[in-house]
Ligand binder design. Structure first.
Ligand code: IPE
Ligand code: IPE
Ligand code: MG
Length: 235
């Protein structure tokens, strides 16, 4: 994507795009590189995707960067991912400031090592007054864990009768609109615990390409597909 500023975006765009950025490991394997190299390449695609969405007036972009279940990966891979997330965000901050982007952290951030947590919280706070696109990064995130967390908060408040609005208001995504379009790359047709509650009426788009290869053309294909769909919401 990078320098190519031409646009083939359709007229009807989603307000909120959510992406399961999958396939970094396979991308690296194909090139006989360590999985970490795939994650680095994936980070670059993430940066390009943020730029594209920001330039096209997308209101919210949510990305799944690290799941609750990803803690079960090889210790070295987890450590490399932590390092990439911490240093990557730090390095990306001047850009986020310049682009007026807000940062939302979604997930159990407390599980991260203090140094990474510190970078994440400081970055979020530094960008809090921004008024542009909302970038939501799901880290140590699981949809079921999020719902359990919401119920525990409601229980602690002594709530006896719980409404759907109460649940929404206690999720990590409180205050954000539900996703209109959920994209998953790498040819896997599953949700893997992503935004379970929020995606009730989302449109899904599955791409066969691996996340590091999901460039502007691929994103525009997803947007084109979305623009042709008729959403019914049960009506
Ligand atoms: C997605 O790529 C990134 C994370 C889950 C952190 P993967 O690491 O899952 O790559 P594959 O699915 O093994 O190819
Ligand atoms: C989902 O991908 C999580 C992220 C992209 C961060 P995974 O690779 O962890 O999911 P599974 O294991 O294929 O379901
Ligand atoms: Mg994967």
């Amino acid at each position: 994507m990078g320098k190519d500023n031409s646009s083939n975006a359709p007229a009807r765009l989603p307000k909120h795009i959510a992406i399961i950025m999958d396939g970094n490991g396979r991308w690296a394997k194909k090139r006989l590189l360590p999985r970490t190299a795939g994650h680095k390449a994936g980070f670059n695609t993430f940066v390009d995707t943020v730029d594209y969405c920001n330039q096209h007036g997308i209101e919210v972009l949510t990305v799944y960067a690290f799941s609750s279940e990803n803690w079960n990966r090889d210790e070295k891979e987890v450590a490399a991912l932590m390092d990439l997330i911490g240093r990557g965000i730090k390095r990306y901050m001047p850009d986020l400031i310049e682009k007026n982007i807000q940062l939302h952290l979604i997930g159990d951030i407390e599980r991260f090592a203090p140094d990474v947590r510190d970078i994440l919280y400081k970055s979020r706070d530094r960008l809090a007054e921004n008024t542009g696109m909302k970038l939501c990064i799901c880290l140590s995130y699981g949809g079921r864990q999020e719902i359990v967390h919401a119920f525990n908060e409601l229980a602690a408040e002594g709530k006896k009768e719980i409404t759907a609005e109460d649940i929404s208001a206690h999720l990590y995504t409180k205050g954000l609109p539900d996703p209109d379009l959920v994209i998953r790359t790498s040819g896997e047709y599953r949700i893997s615990n992503f935004l379970l509650w929020q995606s009730a009426y989302a449109e899904y788009y599955f791409a066969d390409v691996l996340w590091p290869d999901f460039g502007k053309k691929e994103l525009e294909k997803a947007l084109e597909s979305y623009s042709k769909r008729e959403r019914r919401f049960g009506r």
